[in-house]
Design a protein around this ligand. Sequence first.
Ligand code: AMP
Length: 151
Amino acid sequence: MTLSSNACEHEAAMADTVFGKIIRGEIPCHRIYEDARVLAFLDINPLSAGHMLVIPKEAAATLDALSDESAAALGRVLPRLCRAVIAATGVREYNVLENNGKGAHQEIPHVHFHIIPKPNAREGLGVGWPIGAFDHPAGAALAARIAAAIG
Ligand code: AMP
């Protein structure tokens, strides 16, 4: 499938990832949605039917490196895409996942949100959730440090 050119194409051209190639139309995808800043398409190794990836056209490797403009564009469309996959699959439960860095299971260094329908216990995302103890004084100090670091 050849994707249309757009205002953000030059940014995608900077990143030589498989997603940059998809944005540039150099390799095909099963496209679901496209606007000037965002592209959504089916994941080629789905955890369930309807598993899709929603990516910015901006070539940012991780979410912390993404511009406010691309973040806003993604935020605007994510709920619409969730509603669309619910309507198309009839599956009302789903996970939205965004990995950052190899250690956090990110394979492709281009920001991507997974939308993964959860039709039953066997299909969809399985999540390990190793909770730790919460220390309130340490938590208060950490919350304050993070708050002070907001740019
Ligand atoms: P992550 O582990 O969060 O980096 O996820 C990367 C995802 O990209 C995986 O779920 C892959 O199946 C998916 N993927 C890799 N190559 C392609 C491709 N050419 N088309 C669609 N999805 C892809």
